[in-house]
Design a protein around this ligand. Sequence first.
Ligand SMILES: Cc1cc2nc3c(=O)[nH]c(=O)nc-3n(C[C@H](O)[C@H](O)[C@H](O)COP(=O)(O)OP(=O)(O)OC[C@H]3O[C@@H](n4cnc5c(N)ncnc54)[C@H](O)[C@@H]3O)c2cc1C
Length: 405
Amino acid sequence: MEKKYNIAVVGGGPAGLSAAWAAAKAGASVVLFEKDEAIAHSVRTSGVSWIDSMDALGIPSNLYNPVSSYQFVSPSNEVTVAGTSARSCVLDVRATYQHLAFMAAEAGAQIMVKSNVINVAKEGGRVAGVKASTPAGDLEVKCSLVIDASGFGTSAGRKAGMAGEWKRYGAGAEYECYCDHADNSLWTLMVGQQYSEAGYAWVFPLSNNRVRIGVGIGRPESQADPLEKLHSILEKNLKPLDRLGKIQPVELHYGFIPNEGTRQATVADGLLMVGDSAGQANPLVLEGIRYAIEFGRLAGRVGAESIAKGSTKESLAEYERVWKAKVASKIASALKVQTRWIGLSDEEWDKEIEILRDMSGDEFIDFVKAEFTAGKMMKLALPPPETCSAPAVQHGTEIIAQKSR
Ligand SMILES: Cc1cc2nc3c(=O)[nH]c(=O)nc-3n(C[C@H](O)[C@H](O)[C@H](O)COP(=O)(O)OP(=O)(O)OC[C@H]3O[C@@H](n4cnc5c(N)ncnc54)[C@H](O)[C@@H]3O)c2cc1C
């Protein structure tokens, strides 16, 4: 089978669904391929995001659980930042992605599930289509633009020879669980060797008795298996799990996320990369859903407009210019903080989390969202000066003092 569309989108995650919606809305004919049998069939994320970002993107509030307080637990310390109002949230991931899929379908995009893009077609060095294996047989699509929103695997970009494999990345395993009693307004990050050799563990609430408990481990710093680590945390009932009563997993989530900053090039002749395939996630807590939606929409709009201008690489360049201006330096600064965090010992973590004790809820959210200026992020990225063996709390005070200037 052979078909023609203006745009083929590879991947039905938040980036691809948002790109398909925006491109269809701008008048392009669009097909989207998702290799799983349903949109969000396999959840590969914990779904933490920010209420102001979700509002700005028009994500309805019934699709998430609002969270106002944030807790850091290390082997011998614990700090809670209590916010006065909810600024973070935990998404119902499946419902949110299905919502994005319905938006794309309503705008006119064709969505093909259980349809794996196995190759890209090139004409004279330019990407000119894709080949997919679908429930109705193999399909060849000729198009003016391919949008690679295939996530960590970057399948179209790699087939086109535009992108390599990620060398630094996070592997995460998570159970969505019943528990007897959780505080649904509080999420917790756990740091130190017993939780993750190079990363952190988490408890994210969806309600008073539904939580996501997970472990993320950075590669290549550690080759430990996040699922084994998660089992060990559950078995030992490490804090704060001991406060949740009975815990019973009902779903397993597993995924990978790039963690080396953004790709240098996300635009080629006939191809755009967006979302995780472009490295568009905030490395501090490895969150990328809001950027996937925002830049997915940007990619779809710019892609559709570029077709009207003759589909040149130059007309696609606006996409990369806009998203890089918005987040590239924030991602680079946040990566420095995170790189330092990955090397901390248990004792250092016990001190490090004191930094948070003086933060208000709003300051904490600005920090984890990587909304600090590059200078302030750099402060956190650097170890305290050798000459001054100041306790971590002074390091923290300095950050707050700088912020108020
Ligand atoms: C363990 C873990 C926890 C995370 N927690 C958070 C969090 O709390 N908050 C947050 O904001 N972010 C989080 N992230 C990151 C977030 O999940 C990603 O940034 C986001 O999903 C990126 O969206 P995407 O659309 O680019 O890619 P994805 O969500 O990965 O979607 C890609 C889609 O493409 C499909 N696909 C791949 N190859 C093909 C192909 N060849 N043909 C057809 N379909 C294909 C896949 O099946 C998938 O559905 C987490 C990631 C991991 C791994």
